[in-house]
Design a protein around this ligand. Structure first.
Ligand code: NDP
Ligand code: HSE
Length: 440
């Protein structure tokens, strides 16, 4: 039943916004037939109207002031794709306050201000949709909110940043240097406007916080999650990883510790066994494994960034918003429903570890480092070494790797603080977790 046309206001016409604009036009008849609703793109907000665009758009359709969208009574739905925090926050607040449902992909904003925005959404009875905020084209938000709703979620483990996975795969399989791989990720529209967040793990952390919030119903603050990025990953780490039967992935790990009732939340480069399904997730692809008490293990896989995959997620939400516009007093927006959950301090988290040192080429180095690990009751499962390139203080040096049995991060940090000051150790160690993918 196609009634009056719903009017859409689109804020942002960059990588994702232009994909959404094109797809809304290209697949209009399909969308209208499936959703039984007709629509029009009423107005598009950009920063600079004179900028050359890939999409063909009339100048009159554009505005440089997003207030023109949220204050326009004829606009029914707002799509926020401008990114950033302050203005996007203001825009979403204003739209919800004016009774306009909002679709956004802004994970940085939701991770920081989600609790406030969901409260506003609830108090106004106006939904806020955010499928595109996690996993690009993978329908993980709707899955957690709807399809898996009956499950207590035991864990979510995933590769949820396309840029960093693209960089790691390019270093591992394309022999590219980090900087060149990052440049290409930017060109392909995977990286954020400021790619720092992709590299330092915070984009994955923002998404992890959103997934945890969905899975456990509780708002979580940014300091709930321990974050390490991929900045320190070197070609030598891939060589060691392969030699030892692993690859390296930036993983988000969210676990419910049933006994203590705590949540473990962390993002870090991790050794993943080569025969594990996560080891085969390459390039811009993401994968998110959700284990629920009723469903068991599930895994969601797809392109985690880029114009079209992300547009697909945005458009799914737009259709939902359009349908719900036709159903007064009903909406499926997210409402936190649980009290804040205690978070396991990161020093208490337990995994096996890979630790790489740069050491002087001398006798007794392994023994002196191993003695300190033993003092802290940390078992060694393997060691490996490789000649370093060049000289350190006019002396040859080596990479020396220790694979460590599971221990608390706190134990490891205490041991490393003693090892780092040994005269044979010439720089800070590189530490990655080894993910065992076992039940807690
Ligand atoms: P871009 O930087 O490519 O695009 C941003 C757009 O917003 C541009 O069109 C810009 O205008 C416009 N804009 C910026 N500030 C304002 C403002 N104050 N008023 C009006 N318009 C403004 O970003 P992306 O498309 O890559 O990302 C958009 C959002 O989607 C971000 O929150 C991002 O995190 C998220 N996202 C991105 C994904 C991706 O793969 N790229 C995937 C999932 C989510 P102008 O064109 O004139 O400069
Ligand atoms: N920069 C993000 C990424 C975009 O690379 O995953 C998708 O959220």
């Amino acid at each position: 039943m196609i009634g009056e046309k719903l009017q859409i206001g689109l804020a942002g016409l960059g990588t994702v916004g232009s994909g959404v604009y094109e797809a809304l036009l290209r697949n209009r008849s399909l969308l209208e037939a499936r959703a039984q609703i007709s629509y029009e793109i009423r107005r598009v907000a950009v920063r600079d109207k004179r900028k050359k665009r890939e999409v063909s758009i009339e100048e009159g359709e554009l505005t440089e002031d997003w207030h023109d969208l949220v204050e326009d009574d004829s606009i029914d739905i707002i799509i926020e794709l401008i990114g950033g925090r302050e203005e996007a926050l203001e825009l979403i607040r204003a739209a919800l306050s004016n009774g306009k449902p909002v679709v956004t992909g802004n994970k940085a904003l939701l991770a920081e201000y989600g609790a406030e925005l969901f409260r506003l959404s609830q108090s106004k009875g106006v939904p806020l949709y955010f499928e595109a905020s996690c996993g690009g084209g993978i329908p993980i938000v709707q899955s957690l909110q709807n399809s898996l709703i009956c499950n207590k979620v035991d864990s979510i483990v995933g590769i949820i940043n396309g840029t960093s996975n693209y960089i790691l795969t390019s270093m591992e399989k394309g022999n590219l240097l980090f900087a060149e791989a990052l440049r290409r990720a930017g060109e392909k529209g995977y990286a954020e406007a400021d790619p720092t967040l992709d590299i330092n793990g915070w984009d994955a952390a923002h998404k992890g916080l959103i997934l945890a919030m969905l899975a456990y119903g509780t708002p979580l603050s940014l300091d709930a999650i321990a974050v390490n990025g991929i900045e320190d990953v070197q070609p030598a780490d891939f060589e060691f990883a392969h030699r030892l039967g692993y690859t390296i992935k930036l993983l988000v790990v969210i676990k419910r510790h049933k006994g203590e009732g705590t949540l473990e939340l962390r993002v870090q480069p991790s050794f993943v066994p080569l025969d594990h399904i996560m080891a085969k997730v390459d390039g811009v692809f993401n994968a998110i494994a959700v284990r629920g008490d009723i469903v068991g293990e599930t895994i969601f896989y797809g392109r985690g960034a880029g114009k079209n995959p992300t547009s697909s997620a945005v458009l799914g939400d737009v259709v939902l918003a359009m349908r719900e516009c036709r159903l007064p007093d009903y909406h499926t927006g997210f409402h936190p429903y649980a009290e804040e959950t205690a978070v396991l301090p990161v020093r208490e988290t337990v995994t096996p570890y890979y630790v790489r040192f740069r050491v002087r080429d001398q006798h007794g180095v392994i023994a002196s480092i191993a003695a300190i690990f033993a003092k802290y009751d940390i078992g060694i499962s393997a060691t490996s070494s490789q000649d370093g390139e060049g000289m350190q203080d006019r002396e040859p040096w080596n990479h020396l790797v220790f694979m460590l049995h599971a221990c608390k991060l706190g134990q490891l940090e205490s041991a490393l603080s003693e090892i780092e000051v040994l005269p044979c150790v010439v720089s800070e160690p590189v530490v990655f977790r080894i993910e065992a993918f076992r039940e807690t």
